[in-house]
Design a protein around this ligand. Structure first.
Ligand code: RTP
Ligand code: MG
Length: 154
């Protein structure tokens, strides 16, 4: 059996606000992903800036952070062979207008709003999947092994 891969997905505030989160999760499962963890939450400005740190300094960064903190999101861990690329493909192009023109059935075409508010996020590499899963679900990472302190350490 092909090895399962994990990726981090977000359902962004525009799609949650529109009441589409459950529908998107159903489509995720219909497309063969297993949702192995899920959590609804609200990002603070500091957490959103850290999550999208690679885009700090870009012209769209303030608008992105504003959007991502504008309401609740769902963070999901998805599993499937080839999950990272498969989830990016199901989301479609970053820009919703391009998505609608080129892949009208992709999630961003169906549920996104505009150039910034594009309904979903997906990790773009194994390294970012690992970082992003830890960012939202640190309890899924193995705890560091610590030896009980010896009496002499006190
Ligand atoms: P994401 O990280 O959210 O999965 O999206 P992505 O990889 O497809 O795109 P990325 O380049 O990482 O951009 C991150 C998010 O920033 C917003 N954005 N707005 N010109 C704009 O207004 C603009 N460009 C990017 C989008 O929300 C995009 O998903
Ligand atoms: Mg990205």
């Amino acid at each position: 059996m092909a090895e399962l891969e994990k990726t981090l997905a977000l359902i962004k505030p525009d799609a949650v606000r529109a009441g589409k989160a459950q529908e998107i999760m159903q489509l995720i499962e219909l497309n063969g992903f297993t949702i192995i963890a899920k959590q609804k939450m609200q990002l603070t400005k500091i957490r959103a800036e850290e999550f999208y740190g690679e885009h700090k300094g870009k012209e769209f960064f303030p608008k992105l952070v504003n959007f991502m903190t504008s309401g609740p999101i769902w963070a999901l861990v998805l599993a499937k062979p080839g999950a990272i690329l498969a989830w990016r493909a199901l989301m479609g192009p970053t820009n919703v207008f391009k998505a609608r023109a080129e892949q009208p059935k992709c999630l961003r075409a169906l549920y996104g709003t505009d150039g910034t508010q594009n309904a979903t996020h997906g990790s773009d590499s194994p390294a970012s999947a690992s970082r992003e899963i830890k960012f939202f679900f640190s309890a899924l990472s193995p705890a560091p092994v610590t030896e009980p302190a010896a009496a002499a350490d006190y």
